[in-house]
Design a protein around this ligand. Structure first.
Ligand code: MN3
Length: 203
């Protein structure tokens, strides 16, 4: 096993009532765990790629043999996307972005509320499975975008500040078909200090 499912940085019930413990348990162990297992399986016959980080694999997928490119894209993407997702989750008790990140949000969107509106529309507009993202774009501005499946903005050269998983597996137990309620509730568990840390590192 080259790639590992790292320990979840919080307990399964830490995000309740916004994200329930059962969803967290299945999401982390079965879904994220499954991506890691399948990524390792794809790389098994290709030792020359086993020492590369998941970020390196996804940044330049053209270097990969075609036989494993789709498997790495889907499962490597799944591994990276979920690792980032867990790292930016924490009950925030109503806090929001501060300092440099807040300034950047004002410059790029006109304010935090405008950002949230744009992000909500993007998350709701993703047909089927995928993600909504806040990234630093090529022009150094913040941007909101969506990717299908487990595609990651890293593969398009974007720097990821935060992502929201809008696959049904992320919310169906508690919210059923109500993705809008899930997205609304999710604002309560964005760890803005963690997002600010990513911004400081990546800007
Ligand atoms: Mn997921």
């Amino acid at each position: 096993m080259i790639h590992k499912l790292h320990e979840l940085p919080f307990s399964f019930d830490a995000l309740e009532p916004y994200i329930d413990a059962k969803t967290m348990e299945i999401h982390y162990q079965k879904h994220h765990g499954g991506y890691v297992t399948k990524l390792n399986a794809a790389l098994e016959a290709y030792p020359q790629f086993q020492n590369k980080s998941v970020e390196e694999l996804l940044t330049d997928m053209s270097m990969l043999p075609e036989t494993i490119r789709t498997a790495v894209r889907n499962n490597g993407g799944g591994h990276l996307n979920h690792s980032i997702f867990w790292s930016i989750l924490k009950k925030n008790r109503g806090s929001g972005p501060e300092h440099d990140l807040s300034d950047a949000m004002n410059r790029s969107f006109g304010g935090f509320e405008q950002f949230k509106n744009a992000f909500f529309k993007t998350a709701m507009g993703r047909f089927g499975s995928g993600w909504a993202w806040l990234v630093i774009d090529d022009d150094e501005r913040l941007a909101v975008l969506s990717t299908p499946n487990q595609d990651t903005p890293l593969s398009e050269g974007k720097r990821i500040l935060l992502g929201l998983d809008v696959w049904e597996h992320a919310y169906y137990l508690n919210y059923q078909n109500r993705r809008n309620d899930y997205v609304d509730a999710w604002w309560n568990v964005v760890d803005w200090q963690s997002v600010a840390g990513r911004y400081d590192q990546l800007k």
